[in-house]
Design a protein around this ligand. Sequence first.
Ligand code: NVA
Length: 376
Amino acid sequence: MTEERKTIVNSWNEWDPLKHVIVGVADGCMIPPPEPAVECKVPIDSDMKGKWGPRPQDTVDKANIQLDNFAEILRKRGIRVDRPIPLDFSQAVKTPDFETESMFGCMPPRDVIATVGNEMIEATMSYRCRWFEYLCYRPLLEKYFKEDPNMRWEAAPKPRLTDRSYKEGYLSRVMTIEDRLKLTAARDFVTTEVEPLFDAAELARMGKDIIVQHGFTANPAGIDWLRRHFPDLRIHAMNFPGDPYPIHIDCTFVPLRPGLLLNNPIRNVRPEHRKLFEINGWEIVKSAQPAHKNPPPLCYSSVWLSMNVLVLDPKTVCVEASEVHQQEQLHKLGFEIVPVPFRDAYPFGGALHCATTDVYREGSCEDYFPKQVEGF
Ligand code: NVA
């Protein structure tokens, strides 16, 4: 029944009632070979350091079981769910400017496609191995374009990703976590300003205001591109000292409903950025501690996937089933919790927010921040 829901592309924020979503697929996912952007992002103590190639099939199967179950949970709540079409990710990527020996996968749609109002944008991406990942979403975007006459389909300029797009020797300069923290607090990241770069998962959408994390996977040129692309919206760049690997905003800064957002307690909103939220009556709550001491094996992300929740409407939120502290906190904040087992899918690119991209949430573009702060 839900499959028959008319196609409407529209989503302005992270909390309005969700009606149609894309959920990723783990098939064929690869651990990509080293390349300038990937290398600095693999944590020093990660079991993935120096490894690349296909992920073990049993881990792919387990991840797909949880992804399919998540899709079913959403469908049962009346939400239409579409899935991307995987490619052969073991194939090499070659453009006139670079070559790399494999692709990545299509588990986290949030990384690749940003939906802003009636527009779906294919992000530039910032890893070479993810350059062609948008192709997994093309069958869906082509369909939405045909079915919704108001849908806008956009692609940000494909980056060249030559060596000029990355700071030479960035990795070798960085030896310890403390060194990394100093660099990231000083907004010294791996990419240069040669061309606009952003992954879609750096966006946190809040109606007329969009926060974009400046970090390893979005540079100021990319944020400037978004600003010029959306002249009627307000694009704010933020970074969060305390994160040695700042990649994707949704384990750091998570809007939950108008007036309320979660902030990672070790990646604090900077004082100069806090003001925008305070003067508009927003509460910034420090998220609960993760239930786990370590991420699962072969996982890029931190234990803070605990706060990577998917809000279904301002009173309902999907939280990973074992993340009991996060569930308890959100329950106390007035949410009904939908527990979703998902740790087997984490290594494929993240948790419940990462694993989805909005197509349609009810609601329109509202101004939640009528008082603005100059220069931010
Ligand atoms: N880079 C983030 C994950 C974002 C989904 C983290 O590891 O905390």
